[in-house]
Ligand binder design. Sequence first.
Ligand code: FES
Length: 104
Amino acid sequence: MRDVDLPLELVLCRCEEVTVGEVLELVDRGITDPNELKRLCRIGMGLCQGRTCGAALESLVVRYTGKKPTEVGFLAARPPVRPVPLVDLAKARDVDEAEFSDPH
Ligand code: FES
């Protein structure tokens, strides 16, 4: 494995308090798939759902293992892509289909 030149206590996922050290410990055990890492240490399971920390996780694994990004893979996106207030979802039910397909 390569030196990533990052402090092990650096937090990758603020909401689940997952550090670089925790992730690298799992990678050292042979786990490099971002979705498997997510299941094991909860990175990407917080408020951002991987929109912020997902790229950091993928980049860390790529740098540490020396693999190509396509070999490492990507964190699976989970809907909703953005937080949506429930009131907006309730309103969307009443939107006319023509109005919905033409935003202008
Ligand atoms: S920063 Fe915690 S889920 Fe992304």
